[in-house]
Design a protein around this ligand. Structure first.
Ligand SMILES: [Zn+2]
Length: 490
């Protein structure tokens, strides 16, 4: 089945939002093409066009390597600067992984889990909720910042206030949250704004501690081609972390259950994928609260990790996340302006070619082999292009790399068990975030996780979203489970 027209209409918010932030990244990282090794090469056009050209360059030369900074420029302007160690024999040709590529057949969720199914891979995991009882109309509008006057959000605001976590009194950033439009905020070191200056908080997760270990992550799903990615990951016995957008979770609950039951880590990526520093405290609470709630309502568990869209986080956003039991996790940055971002998101928009993404990837792994710790890379499962390049090229190349990478979900690259990834299964021994006094009931209809002094808990407050479904909404969900894309309009 093909959903090109539907999916193209369904995700304008994300596309346009990334477009804004891509300009933002380009402005903040114009000089990141630092030399990185004996064969490094740069292009003057690289950092000025997208952030991807600046993705993997270290601030100082990395010795003993052959890393090359990818030259990005106008779409179609680059060729591969290296030879992949391996590719998938069934890979889509690079010449077909382009903007406006014809839609490929999607791979739906392979398994439909009955409500009440108990995961056996996590100690004390609650049973899966019955997703046929989800009522999408009881959740906020997709892809927009949720209102703050709902009973749910009002309760979460009270929970944050009672958490004991001090929320810094910074004003939200303005406009699109760009550094240029917020010069004073960018210059304020007490704000510690990651996107503008690369400030890292002590507990931000940017890397894995062990050298040659890759915390594999995918953002912005689940979506139409997530099933392809899951199938490939299963075929090569890899597990990953999925940073899930709440608006996608309500659209693709069956895929989300498949991710979770395949022992991938599920984490939060906000409800509407808005730049978080631009939001009020109450809006940030609404973004986190609804994201946690839909994931809990689909999986029975509540994530303890989140990733800010665009990496846009400062100490105000971090504190609210902490008050809501979410640990801020970003991706590897080896200089304040050079991060391990493949740039894969922008293939769909036509501002980067798949060859340029692979050149960025080559730079990333070149640098990954010389840094003294492991790494986390920004990739996405939102578009067929991002999935095609991951399954056809990046992952096969990584699996064939010598010396080998140890590839695992982010929480496990941190040497924590998968059970630490969720409030309900966290034993509070190695991951105190979000675990204090956590409770998690077995079914969605009464699902509620309340936190203690360090956590405001998960899906507390009204749970009207799990009420009895009307026949009309049941039909809508059934259709959504089958076709996915249709649910985006609910
Ligand atoms: Zn994202």
């Amino acid at each position: 089945m093909r959903f090109a027209a539907v999916s193209a209409l369904a995700i304008p918010a994300l596309v346009s939002a990334h477009g804004i932030r891509d300009a933002h990244h380009a402005r903040q990282a114009p000089a990141a093409n630092a030399v990185s090794g004996s064969s490094a090469s740069t292009s003057a056009a690289a950092a000025s066009s997208t952030q991807a050209g600046a993705s993997a360059a270290p601030s100082a030369p990395a010795t003993g390597t052959a890393t090359a900074v990818a030259a990005s420029g106008p779409a179609g302007a680059s060729t591969l600067t290296f030879t992949l160690a391996s590719t998938n024999p069934s890979a889509i040709p690079l010449t077909e992984i382009i903007a406006n590529a014809p839609s490929q057949a999607t791979v739906a969720a392979t398994t439909t889990f009955a409500g009440g199914t108990v995961p056996t891979f996590l100690p004390s995991a609650p049973a899966l909720p019955d997703i046929s009882k989800l009522v999408p109309s009881n959740y906020p509008t997709l892809d927009v910042v949720p209102p703050t006057d709902s009973p749910e959000v009002q309760q979460w605001i009270k929970d944050v206030a009672a958490s004991g976590v001090d929320i810094p009194n910074f004003a939200p950033t303005t406009a699109d949250g760009s550094c240029a439009a917020n010069a004073a905020a960018a210059a304020d070191s007490t704000r510690c704004w990651w996107t503008c200056g690369g400030c890292k908080a002590d507990d931000d997760i940017e890397e894995c501690p062990d050298k040659m270990t890759w915390g594999l992550t995918y953002d912005d799903g689940p979506a139409l081609y997530t099933g392809d990615l899951l199938h490939y990951l299963d075929s090569v016995n890899l597990k990953a972390t999925f940073f899930v957008v709440g608006s996608r979770a309500i659209s693709y609950p069956a895929l989300l259950q498949n991710e979770y039951m395949a022992q991938h880590q599920i984490a939060v990526h906000t409800w509407s994928h808005h730049p978080m520093t631009t939001l009020t405290n109450e809006q940030i609470i609404a973004e986190f609260g609804w994201s946690k709630k839909i994931i809990k309502d689909v999986l029975g568990v509540t994530p303890t990790y989140w990733r800010p869209p665009y990496g846009d986080v400062d100490n105000r956003v971090r504190a609210i996340a902490k008050a809501m039991g979410l640990q801020t996790s970003i991706w590897t940055r080896i200089s304040p302006t050079a991060t391990f971002d493949t740039g894969d998101f922008d293939i769909n928009g036509g501002t980067i070619t798949s060859e340029q993404v692979l050149n960025n990837w080559q730079s990333i792994i070149g640098n990954a082999t010389v840094i003294d710790h492991g790494f986390i890379v920004l990739e996405h499962d939102l578009f067929q292009q991002t999935v095609d390049i991951a399954t056809g090229y990046i992952l096969p190349d990584a699996l064939a790399h010598q010396p080998p990478f140890d590839i695992k979900p982010m929480v496990q690259c941190l040497n924590k068990p998968l059970s630490d990834a969720y409030i309900e299964t966290n034993d509070n021994k190695t991951n105190p975030i979000g675990s204090a006094n956590a409770t998690g009931s077995a079914t969605g209809s009464s699902a509620e996780a309340s936190g203690g002094s360090n956590s405001s808990g998960a899906a507390s407050g009204s749970n009207s979203a799990m009420g009895i479904a009307s026949p009309g909404s049941m039909a809508a969900i059934a259709l959504a489970v089958v076709s996915g894309a249709i649910a985006l309009f609910l």
